[in-house]
Design a protein around this ligand. Structure first.
Ligand code: UDP
Length: 314
């Protein structure tokens, strides 16, 4: 049985990865310090013999007894309000945490996949974003703590690959959504769903003409699974190229929830908010034979089922 360590296991994406690797017959070791994760996301796995949970902060030395075949490093605050509230932790988990996990991978001769992000492209001047675009990032802006931690993470991962011959994989994740997103994490989809269900104003930032491209979590997990098992070590974009404005997105969610009290309100645009974002997934199509399968209509429908359970109507 292959043994895999997943950091950020109690988070949104981490918990879906735990489910997938359990389903594939792996022994999964989930690690989290619950800074932004929620233990409820993985408590259904606790009775299983092939699941273990370690409560640990990966910025401290990471010790795992026994063999390890794979590591997935998904621990990090990941929403703009989280990394504004926790700038130092965000920098540390991307830098010190990644260093610890690379060291662990080296000592165990394990393959490691790290979670990078479309934020490495910053507010992009090239559209859609291909992996060979170097990005437009403000290092000292409010998003700099996340963007630069992830850029450092890519650099140190490549250095371990080059200088130590470590087996490394880098996924650049674009906006992802689905069940288990934190209701109050400030990201656009949990905000809009909870506001629509409660019959409040949907807080559109700016005029809402900035764009994003939203990928359903099951599609993302499939892309990550394929990348881990591939032999491709350079960064790969995984996301859904279907791009919409935030205003259109607000209207799609209002139409789905169909609460007559829901309406649009305008809030100021945050500093350095990227104006547009869309992954070019030609590389993932070529090297992983992967593309998203779940339409936004279907993905939003499934996600609404989850938000109906966790948000009380107003
Ligand atoms: N946004 C918004 N209202 C909200 C939260 C976010 O209009 O209540 C906008 C935000 O300005 C950004 C987009 O939605 O342009 C996506 O924001 P999110 O925080 O989900 O993630 P980002 O892609 O910016 O990291």
């Amino acid at each position: 049985m292959k043994r895999i360590l997943i950091t950020g296991a109690a988070g949104f994406i981490g918990s879906h990865l735990c489910d997938r690797f359990i389903k594939e017959g792996y022994h999964v070791i989930g690690m989290d310090n619950l800074l932004t994760g929620n233990i409820r996301n993985i408590e259904h796995l606790f009775p299983l013999a092939n699941f273990e949970y370690y409560h640990h902060d990966v910025t401290k030395f990471v010790h795992i007894p026994g063999r390890l075949d794979y590591i997935l490093h998904f621990a990090s605050p990941a929403s703009p309000i989280d990394y504004l509230k926790m700038p130092i932790q965000t920098l540390k988990v991307g830098s010190l945490g990644t260093h610890n996990l690379l060291g662990l991978a080296k000592s165990k001769e394990a393959r490691i996949l790290i979670a990078s992000t479309s934020e490495v492209y910053g507010d992009p001047l090239v559209h859609p974003q291909r992996e060979d675009y170097w990005g437009n990032v403000n290092p000292i802006g409010p998003r700099g703590v996340y963007d630069e931690a992830k850029r450092f993470q890519e650099a140190i991962t490549m250095a371990y690959h080059t200088y130590h011959g470590l087996e490394t994989r880098i996924v650049r994740i674009f906006n992802t959504y689905g069940p288990r997103m934190r209701v109050e994490d400030g990201r656009v989809l949990p905000a809009f769903f909870s506001q629509a269900i409660r019959g409040e104003g949907l807080t559109v930032f700016g005029e809402g003409n900035q764009t994003r491209s939203f990928c359903y979590v099951d599609d993302l997990v499939e892309g990550i699974y394929r990348l881990l098992l591939s032999d491709y070590h350079l960064p790969v974009n995984v996301g859904n190229p279907s791009e919409i404005t935030i205003m259109q997105f607000a209207h799609e969610i209002m139409a789905l929830v169909d609460n007559p009290k829901a309406h649009i309100i305008y809030n100021p645009l945050p500093v350095d908010d990227p104006k547009q974002r869309q992954p070019d997934i030609s590389l993932a199509r070529k090297v992983l034979n992967w593309e998203p399968k779940i339409s936004r209509e279907e993905g939003l429908r499934r996600t609404y089922e989850y938000f109906k359970e966790v948000v009380q109507p107003g």
